[in-house]
Design a protein around this ligand. Structure first.
Ligand code: PAF
Length: 274
């Protein structure tokens, strides 16, 4: 595995790659969820590039940019063991200049749910992903379904800008109790981890109700809200179409249940694709 910090080094090594390139963009603090993306990229491509960059433009004022876990040594070791070819650790100064040309998230889909709670967040995500795609020129790029709205917007960016990259959606990885893996779980105390299980429980209870025949989206949302009462604050508990349009009726095969809630000072998200 080669590890590079400079854009020119990355480009020189990318130039030499023949065949397909799988790319896994991350913000580091790698866990089994990231590893599942890396393994899939390894299986499906001739070369694998992973980037680790805590992207400042997708954090809002007052969010956890400064405290976001940074584990360069441990992450490098995980990538080396996973057999990737190239690990890219860019510096913010090299990726960004002042007063940049911006790609903006779409006015509606980029500003509901996560985008409503974190206005501008997706502008920053699309900005950095476009840069990373242009630098790594991947055949396939791997994203977790846990960030379902991010996945939808990146897929839309690829479509709208005719980018020659296939977006591969990968399943959510959970711990043995059902908590969806996230780098932010590191902020949770043991007691908070216990209460954080309310998110996956809400999704499970909702899917059981749907399994029993309930199709009314408002009733399913009420089931999820009730299950989330153990958390400290609910940001949303909704059923939407896979393209993030609002729905009244659950449609199996085209619905996502999404929850976001606070446990202590940590904001958690989870979802279930039906
Ligand atoms: O999902 C993430 O970790 C980040 O949003 C991404 C896609 C690496 C962009 O910074």
């Amino acid at each position: 595995m080669q590890k590079v910090y400079e854009i020119a080094q990355l480009q020189a090594l990318r130039e030499k790659m023949q065949g397909s390139v799988g790319f896994v963009p991350t913000m580091g603090a790698l866990h089994a969820g990231h590893l599942s993306l890396i393994r899939r990229a390894r299986e499906e491509n001739d070369h694998v590039i992973v980037s680790i960059f805590v992207n400042p433009t997708q954090f809002l004022e007052g969010e956890d940019f400064e405290s976001y876990p940074r584990k360069e040594e441990a992450d490098s070791e995980i990538c080396r063991r996973a057999g990737i070819d190239l690990l890219f650790f860019p510096h913010a100064e090299a990726l960004y200049e002042k007063d940049e040309l911006r790609i903006l998230a779409p006015a509606i889909r980029g500003y509901i749910l996560e985008g409503e709670k974190r206005p501008g967040h997706f502008d920053g995500v699309l900005q950095v992903v476009m840069k990373l795609f242009n630098l790594t020129r991947p055949t396939r790029a791997y994203f977790g379904k846990k960030d379902a709205q991010q996945l939808a917007l990146i897929s839309q960016m690829v479509r709208n800008y005719f980018l020659p990259t296939e977006i591969v959606a990968c399943e959510i990885v959970r711990d043995e109790k059902g908590l969806a893996l996230s780098s932010r779980n590191a902020y949770l105390s043991d007691e908070e981890k216990q209460r954080a299980l309310a998110l996956s429980r809400a999704l499970r209870l909702a899917s059981e109700r749907i399994g029993a025949g309930e199709r009314d989206a408002r009733k399913i949302e009420a089931v999820m809200e009730e299950a989330l009462s153990e958390t400290d604050k609910i940001d949303y508990a909704v059923a939407v179409r896979r393209d993030f349009q609002a729905i009244d009726e659950i449609e199996i095969g085209n619905t996502i249940l999404l929850v976001a809630a606070w446990v202590g000072k940590t904001r958690l998200i989870d979802n279930l694709w039906l």
